[in-house]
Write a protein that binds this ligand. Structure first.
Ligand code: FPP
Length: 257
């Protein structure tokens, strides 16, 4: 199948150094509503534009050679929005996956979905299950959508899974360590995010990847998600490249570097 031609982003045409790129970037895509409001458009228009930005970001991440991109598409708290907005978002998520899956496959992008999928409308859940099945063998970029996702719900689900193993006599509580908890999260095979980007300026985690972001570098831009273009993405990766990651240790800085 043929797709509209896309100009590939080449790392050599950017100021980025491939050796200093993050392996896993996670994004809180905030500000669709404010972007739309400022333009006199409906909130759903904002989400529609957010979908376009998401598509550009997925392919930019793939072009740059990132291994993992995880985005917060719908939080477990987003059900509290108006019926119209929740319905519109569910429709958009279904429409988007139906429209994009062949191109994702063509580009060998592996699709994952994390969150309480069983609470989603059947059609959306089935579309996501099919996308995961059809792309599970790809080894390039893993694109993970967090849908009906909450970091605390993920922790609760991990605790339940661990408790079940204890009940069945498969695990002794004294054996539980941090690795045990990580192994019972939704995507135990995906490394923790190196970089967490949040658009639209708020300085909070909003229940996103609470365990996994323990040592992530955080980058917040005032740009609302629909305005997060390629230059914004590159700026966030440039900022990450300057960070010195200590993971709680003391790093001796070489004065000559
Ligand atoms: C936050 O903006 C965004 C969301 C709640 C949904 C994210 C959805 C998209 C980017 C659309 C495409 C997604 C998929 C998975 C195809 P907000 O509504 O909270 O903005 P506000 O804080 O300005 O009101």
């Amino acid at each position: 199948m043929l797709f509209p031609p896309r100009t590939k982003l080449k790392i050599k045409d950017t100021p980025l150094d491939s050796a200093r790129l993050p392996v896993h970037v996670a994004i809180i895509m905030d500000g669709n509503g404010r972007w739309a409001n400022a333009k006199g458009l409906s909130r759903l228009h904002g989400h529609d534009q957010g979908y376009r930005t998401l598509k550009d970001t997925v392919y930019a991440a793939d072009d740059l050679g990132l291994k993992f991109l995880t985005v917060y598409g719908f939080s477990s708290e987003n059900w509290r929005r108006s019926q119209e907005e929740v319905g519109g978002l569910m429709d958009l998520m279904l429409r988007a996956m139906k429209a994009e899956i062949e191109e994702l496959i063509y580009n060998e992008i592996k699709v994952r979905v994390i969150g309480r999928m069983h609470e989603l409308p059947d059609a959306l859940r089935e579309e996501y299950e099919s996308a995961m099945r059809r792309t599970e063998h790809f080894t390039g970029l893993t694109f993970t959508l967090a849908i009906n996702y909450g970091g605390r719900a993920e922790t609760v689900d991990a605790i339940r899974a661990i408790a079940d193993k204890i009940k069945r006599g498969e695990l002794d509580p004294s054996q539980i360590d941090e690795a045990t908890v990580s192994q019972h999260l939704y995507a135990p095979d995906i490394p923790d995010p190196d970089l967490l980007i949040r658009t639209a300026g708020e300085l909070r985690l909003s229940n996103f990847l609470l365990w996994e972001t323990a040592y992530s570098e955080i980058y917040v831009t005032p740009a609302p998600w629909p305005a997060f273009d390629q230059s914004e993405f590159i700026a966030s990766l440039m900022d990450y490249a300057k960070r010195i990651r200590k993971f709680g240790a003391v790093i001796e800085l070489n004065p000559e570097t």
